[in-house]
Design a binder for this molecule. Structure first.
Ligand code: GLC
Length: 746
């Protein structure tokens, strides 16, 4: 209810008294007077011109001053409540939000609203916020959610590629734009805070959260902290769509032994700092407002109990001034027993946790926390520090001035503009790993057969954290499947046949496109300690396609590299699509050449699962190295005047192209083109290494003698047609130099 203008001048807490029957009003006013809580509530959004009665309610004052003024008015219960984060569905009754002065609400992976749409989320948020504002000090709550590849809890939201795909783009500016779009959709539902981005450096692809990692080297997640700037804006709270970001999970979540989720990262401090810390350093430089701790341990000590890492390094050495939030019920794990204890709470808070994601039994939590403080096991100074950190972010976000949903952004949820951006991100994330005989791009006039369990499945192409914690197969939300993208791209959709299992294919098709890979999973259920290959359904589908003799193009929808080396010879092309999200049209854009593939591997691609962990520079020989990615062959030397001689002249060229370089090494790609007038059954390419040493080579076999390398290869199926190209790649120690490879046709 909006108070009248004259009422508006009166502090809301007093106004609230005034609205009650006289005797209650008198009692209420007396209570307020005695407790000194005659604090006016902050001016509501819908109360223009409401005067700020107290310093903390005055947005013209510096934030530190507002924080100190508010802190000085808070009771111990007010302060302990600010350190408490509760799952929305655990708040029963919702008035407990005010009764227990709870400062934060979250929606965990399976938390939802009904009906599930942006309006309902916004209404739910506003209702909870209004409850929070009824407290004597009217401190707004802050609401967090895992918007990790779009606002993925909301049906109809735009879902972007998961981080592994965004890492493949090598485009931090694009990732920043993605972050901004996510922020607009999150803000449109009222929610203030996303538990994103994961800055994990995934070192073992067996880890079920590999897809939440931008890449296996610290450089890629560091570069992609641009997502934070997208979410928060240049200044936190600088505009109504600014959303608090979270750098997670600190520290070393992607480095556990065996890739075990929530496992133990056994590294020296030097290695831990070199591999896992750089992204958090960059996140802090970008002003990230929160850091979430990792369930994992470092050399046997849980991150949530690690005072050195959290207080000394993160807050002290790196100067992090935001607040540290625990992971979901992570405090419960500290003593290895079910549930949480006062001792565990004290350990976590003393280590540096400022806000505890309880997330359910908040009454018991608050009681135990209060007990630890009154017993002196948690110093009051630690409580005040935690509150200063949390309140600073609430003030900076503008929550005191704009506590309710800005409905101007609600319409951005799933908007055409955001889907266009998502499709661009999908295109840029595609990594072309193999393209024999230039089978890609596909002709739009071809007769195509599409198969595979993930060809027509939004759920599979979106992966985990999609309309539910673990995600699931099926039509889970609005979007475009890969198959729909293919049909929209071709000249005549009736020439595209689809059968999930490949049944009905014959030799008359131009090509078969098999969209296969993994079904959705998330943390705790995505680890692959054993095999990392394709499942039986995919293998049977691929066998049917192979038997037809039709060229097979494989599109791999997966959250990580898979063990497919032994299957690769049967495939003319392989495109890593990762987990593209709702805009499957971006995959078709690349398949048909509307956009040439530009993606580069963010993870080294194993030759075998037995190689895990396998990472750039570790000396192992991968199937495809970190950074590998082909594009469509621009004709290196177009032959405008084809030789009129009817005798099929045998000729070929080899074009060397540096792809990547680093101190002491480089990677390059060599494109072999049949420039003759007839097919060749093979080729040899040789050049002087100039002192470099080849460490790995793919799509060819090589020998080295007297400082010169010789690579032998064929086209797919044993021949290279006239005018066709194929390519091989290699990594080497030493300078790339300017090799002049010589091609000799077989
Ligand atoms: C989960 C995840 C974390 C997420 C949090 C809230 O357990 O580890 O990434 O942000 O809980 O859903």
């Amino acid at each position: 209810m909006t108070p009248s203008p004259t009422e508006a001048a009166v502090p809301r807490s007093v106004r609230r008294c005034a609205r009650r029957p006289a005797f209650v009003a008198a009692l209420c006013a007396a209570v307020l007077a005695v407790t000194g809580l005659t604090a006016a509530a902050p001016p509501e959004q819908d109360v223009p011109g409401a005067a700020a009665a107290l310093p903390y309610q005055d947005p013209s004052l510096p934030v530190p001053q507002r924080v100190e003024d508010l802190l000085g008015r808070m009771t111990l219960d007010d302060k302990l409540g600010q350190m408490t984060q509760v799952e929305k569905d655990a708040l029963v009754p919702s008035s407990d939000l005010a009764t227990y002065r709870i400062g934060s609400v979250l929606s965990g992976g399976d938390s939802t609203v009904s009906p599930n749409n942006a309006q309902t989320w916004a209404d739910t948020y506003d209702s909870l916020q209004r409850t929070a504002l009824t407290t004597p000090l009217g401190i707004p709550m802050i609401y967090g959610i895992d918007a990790v590849h779009g606002h993925n809890a909301v049906r109809g939201a735009t879902l972007f590629p998961h981080n592994i795909g965004l890492g493949a783009t090598r485009d931090p500016a694009l990732v920043q734009r993605v972050g901004r779009a996510v922020a607009e959709e999150v803000a449109g539902t009222g929610i203030d805070w996303s538990f994103a981005p994961c800055l994990c450096v995934a070192r073992n692809d067996r880890w079920g959260r590999t897809y939440e990692s931008f890449g296996e080297t610290p450089e890629l997640p560091t570069a992609m902290t641009s997502f934070i700037t997208g979410l928060q804006g240049g200044t936190l709270g600088g505009d109504p769509a600014s959303v608090l970001a979270t750098a997670k999970h600190y520290l070393g979540d992607g480095g556990t032994t065996g890739g075990v989720d929530q496992g133990d990262t056994r590294l020296s401090e030097t290695e831990l700092r070199a591999v896992h810390l750089p992204p958090f350093k960059e996140a802090i430089k970008r002003g990230v407002g929160s850091v979430m701790l990792s369930y994992s341990s470092w050399n046997g000590v849980r991150s949530h109990a690690h005072k050195y890492l959290v207080t000394d390094v993160l807050k002290g050495e790196l100067g992090f001034t935001g607040f540290v939030v625990s992971d979901w019920a992570a405090v419960d794990q500290l003593d290895g027993q079910t549930g949480f204890t006062g001792a565990e709470i004290a350990t976590a808070v003393e280590a540096g946790v400022d806000m505890v994601m309880v997330p359910h039994d908040y009454k018991r939590f608050l009681s135990l926390l209060r007990g630890e403080v009154t017993a002196g096991r948690i110093p009051q100074a630690r409580i005040d520090d935690a509150n200063r950190r949390i309140l600073t972010k609430k003030f900076q976000l503008g929550l005191f001035e704009r506590p309710l949903t800005d409905r101007a952004y609600t319409a951005t949820v799933g908007s055409a503009a955001h889907r266009t951006l998502a499709r661009q991100a999908v295109r840029a994330s595609q990594v072309l790993l193999k393209n024999d005989g230039g089978v890609l791009p596909l002709p739009k006039t071809g007769r195509l057969f599409v198969a595979g369990k993930s060809a027509d499945d939004i759920g599979n192409q979106s992966g985990g954290w999609t309309l539910g914690w673990q995600g699931r197969s099926g039509p889970v939300t609005e979007g475009t499947t890969v198959l729909q993208g293919i049909r929209a791209a071709v000249a005549d959709p009736s020439r595209v046949t689809y059968d999930r299992y490949g049944n009905g294919i014959d030799g008359g098709y131009t090509a078969a496109v098999a969209v296969v890979g993994e079904t959705p999973y998330a943390e705790m259920r995505g680890d692959r300690p054993d095999g990392m290959g394709l499942d039986q359904e995919d293998l049977q589908t691929l066998a049917r396609l192979k038997a037809s003799g039709v060229p097979v193009v494989v599109v791999l929808v997966s959250g990580r590299p898979l063990d497919i080396a032994d299957r690769l010879p049967d495939w003319k092309a392989l495109l890593a699509a990762w987990l593209p999200g709702t805009e499957g049209g971006g995959v078709a854009d690349v398949l048909f050449g509307d956009h040439a593939p530009t993606g580069k591997l963010p993870m080294t691609w194993m030759r075998s699962a037995s190689q895990q962990p396998i990472n750039d520079g570790d000396g192992k020989s991968p199937l495809f190295p970190y950074g590998h990615g082909l594009t469509y062959g621009t004709d290196p030397d177009p032959d405008p005047d084809p030789d009129p001689d009817p005798t099929p002249a045998k000729a070929c060229t080899a074009t060397h192209k540096p792809v990547n370089s680093w101190p002491g090494g480089h990677q390059a790609e060599v494109t072999v083109k049949n420039t003759g007038t007839g097919p060749i059954t093979g080729w040899t390419v040789d050049w002087d290494l100039g002192g470099a040493t080849v460490t790995s080579l793919w799509n060819g076999t090589h020998t080295v003698a007297n400082g010169r390398i010789t690579v032998r290869g064929t086209g797919s199926g044993g021949t290279l047609a006239a005018g066709a190209t194929t390519s091989f790649g290699y990594t080497a120690n030493g300078p790339a130099g300017t090799p002049a490879p010589r091609c000799t046709p077989a």
